[in-house]
Design a binder for this molecule. Structure first.
Ligand SMILES: *[C@@H]1O[C@H](CO)[C@@H](O)[C@H](O)[C@H]1NC(C)=O
Ligand SMILES: *[C@@H]1O[C@H](CO)[C@@H](O)[C@H](O)[C@H]1NC(C)=O
Ligand SMILES: *[C@@H]1O[C@H](CO)[C@@H](O)[C@H](O)[C@H]1NC(C)=O
Ligand SMILES: *[C@@H]1O[C@H](CO)[C@@H](O)[C@H](O)[C@H]1NC(C)=O
Ligand SMILES: *[C@@H]1O[C@H](CO)[C@@H](O)[C@H](O)[C@H]1NC(C)=O
Ligand SMILES: *[C@@H]1O[C@H](CO)[C@@H](O)[C@H](O)[C@H]1NC(C)=O
Ligand SMILES: *[C@@H]1O[C@H](CO)[C@@H](O)[C@H](O)[C@H]1NC(C)=O
Ligand SMILES: *[C@@H]1O[C@H](CO)[C@@H](O)[C@H](O)[C@H]1NC(C)=O
Ligand SMILES: *[C@@H]1O[C@H](CO)[C@@H](O)[C@H](O)[C@H]1NC(C)=O
Ligand SMILES: *[C@@H]1O[C@H](CO)[C@@H](O)[C@H](O)[C@H]1NC(C)=O
Ligand SMILES: *[C@@H]1O[C@H](CO)[C@@H](O)[C@H](O)[C@H]1NC(C)=O
Ligand SMILES: *[C@@H]1O[C@H](CO)[C@@H](O)[C@H](O)[C@H]1NC(C)=O
Length: 450
């Protein structure tokens, strides 16, 4: 700590070099620094006005035998310039007296060479360079080479956010830490963050004698964390005023395999055999999708039919179209437009035998529901007749129905409540279902009326 040129340690050549260095880099006072006392303490420290500063400090005498631990030891702090050593104005604290100029207290046991000091009620005017002095009987020495430069600030430090890994990927478990400088461990800052609002912060001592307050949380990343802003704020208690708060934000960037992969068809609306249609695959991924692959379910299993985000094919019938699905791939994985397993699921349940049965069951339920609605509402409402021919404002038509919607079937709550809107939907769905369960000629029937 500090630069100490004592003739015995440097040869003549080195001495010249050291003097040169000191002239270049060190303000005059330390250039001829010689000392019988050394301290270990941070050489620069920052603290907050209205708060306190804990200075971790220990000392040793150059000639250990001159220092007799059984004698009473006093500690003194001197400010500004150690060479004007015992200028009374610069002695701001003397542990042998009860009333001192500065609100300091040596809390360490000086007999154990512990000069740790608590500097309280700080104001910006306390910003200065400080030197420690030990007085042990006739042995009295100032640690002139080991200055402690203290800056008192009015505004608090923003906490810092640290993430245990560099490249973040979904499913990865990472530890996220928010930490704040804690010059005054007796009244540490209170940390809060949006990751886990109830977590408790802990204050710990660093190896260099300073303190840090931390919040830590281990999370398993998912794609929903991508773009998430972590914000952490540190509130420092100060006396005679408002707590001082500073906040930090950090946005997470998480890579993930394709999500929300879906296939859509254009044009929408009326489709007749022989026209060309475009099947388009869309997906969300980070990094972006590197390839889209189209498959068609055949008797012999899925068959690859195309590469690329759009696949143009000639329409034969809708059932044939529905045998297609796409798989989106990026560096982290792939996803099919029919769920997560391209082999076991199909583009549409209507495409396979299982789908046929499923569709039949839905068909029967819708017929039953309609029958029920008709029998319960017959008297008071002409709604069903209206619904059978979809109303002008009902914007549902075949081409708009996403394959995923076809999979999902009619909304389960559509029969529960007798509002006009929902009954209309039931009617429209039932019409589709009838078409889909085998009457392929219905595919071309205009559902939408303009
Ligand atoms: C202070 O204590 C540390 C660790 O115990 C030691 O390495 C260092 O030399 C001591 N400093 C002085 C000036 O004695
Ligand atoms: C002490 O250590 C902490 C954490 O290890 C670091 O943030 C701080 O800058 C260090 N202080 C000094 C004066 O070296
Ligand atoms: C230390 O001081 C005590 C009295 O204060 C004295 O008895 C003892 O001899 C001294 N020790 C040394 C090593 O000088
Ligand atoms: C500290 O106080 C003691 C006792 O009052 C006194 O003898 C000593 O000179 C003082 N030290 C300084 C550096 O003022
Ligand atoms: C220093 O400590 C003593 C006793 O522990 C206490 O009475 C005094 O108020 C403290 N002074 C300051 C400035 O903290
Ligand atoms: C020095 O004293 C402080 C109390 O002010 C204490 O926290 C610290 O642990 C002591 N250091 C050593 C090395 O005993
Ligand atoms: C300081 O340390 C000395 C020697 O280890 C011990 O005798 C004394 O009781 C300690 N003083 C305090 C206040 O702990
Ligand atoms: C610090 O200042 C407050 C008022 O701002 C005062 O009540 C308290 O006694 C002071 N503490 C010390 C150790 O000077
Ligand atoms: C996240 O923070 C950045 C700046 O830190 C800001 O530009 C962005 O709008 C924030 N995003 C959200 C979702 O709050
Ligand atoms: C300051 O913060 C502490 C907790 O750190 C809280 O208990 C106290 O109410 C706050 N005071 C004000 C004036 O906001
Ligand atoms: C299909 O895509 C091609 C190329 O982007 C475009 O020219 C064509 O108009 C599209 N056809 C339909 C029916 O959307
Ligand atoms: C999707 O990923 C699985 C597992 O990594 C792999 O077996 C399969 O071949 C991939 N499918 C496509 C179409 O790339």
């Amino acid at each position: 700590m500090g630069l100490c040129a004592s003739g015995s340690r440097f040869g003549p050549v080195n001495m010249v070099r050291v003097v040169l260095l000191m002239v270049l880099f060190v303000p005059g006072t330390l250039a001829d620094c010689q000392s019988d006392l050394f301290i270990t303490a941070p050489n620069t420290m920052e603290a907050l006005s209205g708060s306190c500063l804990q200075i971790s400090c220990n000392f040793s005498a150059k000639e250990e035998n001159e220092f007799n631990s059984t004698r009473k030891t006093f500690g003194v702090w001197i400010k500004t310039d150690s060479r004007i050593n015992l200028n009374k104005n610069n002695v701001i604290y003397n542990s042998s007296v009860t009333v001192n100029k500065y609100p300091m207290n040596i809390t360490g046991n000086l007999s154990q060479k512990n000069c740790s000091t608590l500097f309280s009620n700080l104001t910006t005017s306390h910003t200065d360079t400080y030197f420690f002095r030990a007085e042990n009987g006739p042995y009295r020495a100032t640690a002139a080479c080991d200055s402690v430069y203290i800056t008192i600030k009015d505004s608090p430090w923003s906490p810092s956010i640290h993430i245990s890994a560099g490249d973040l990927k979904e499913k990865q478990s990472v530890s996220i830490t928010c930490s704040a400088l804690t010059p005054c461990p007796h009244s540490p800052p209170q940390l809060t963050w949006n990751l886990h609002p109830d977590s408790d912060s802990e204050t710990e001592e660093n190896t260099n004698g300073t303190f840090t307050t931390k919040l830590q949380q281990t999370i398993t990343l998912s794609h929903t964390h991508d773009g998430y802003n972590i914000s952490c704020s540190a509130t420092y208690p100060v006396n005679g005023g408002r707590n001082k708060t500073a906040e930090t934000q950090q946005t997470l960037s998480v890579s993930y395999a394709p999500k929300d992969t879906s296939a859509s068809i254009s044009p929408s609306g009326l489709l007749s055999a022989g026209i060309w249609v475009n099947l388009t695959c869309s997906s969300r991924a980070k990094p972006p999708i590197s390839s889209f692959t189209w498959f068609k379910n055949t008797k012999d299993g899925p068959k690859k039919v195309h590469e690329g985000h759009m696949y143009s094919l000639e329409m034969t019938n809708m059932a044939d179209i529905e045998l297609h699905y796409c798989v989106a791939t990026n560096a982290l994985g792939n996803q099919s437009s029919v769920g997560h397993s391209p082999v076991t699921e199909h583009l549409s349940p209507w495409g396979g035998a299982v789908g046929g049965i499923f569709g039949f069951i839905i068909f029967i339920s819708v017929v039953l529901a309609l029958w029920w609605l008709r029998s319960t509402h017959q008297a008071q409402s002409p709604v069903l007749q209206e619904a059978a021919a979809p109303a002008e404002n009902e914007d549902i038509h075949y081409g708009d129905i996403d394959f995923s919607m076809a999979r999902a079937g009619p909304p389960s709550d559509s029969v529960q409540d007798g509002t006009e809107q929902q009954q209309q939907q039931v009617a429209v769905y039932s019409e589709l279902n009838m078409c889909q369960t085998g009457h392929s000629e219905c595919v071309y029937a205009p559902v939408k009326k303009k």
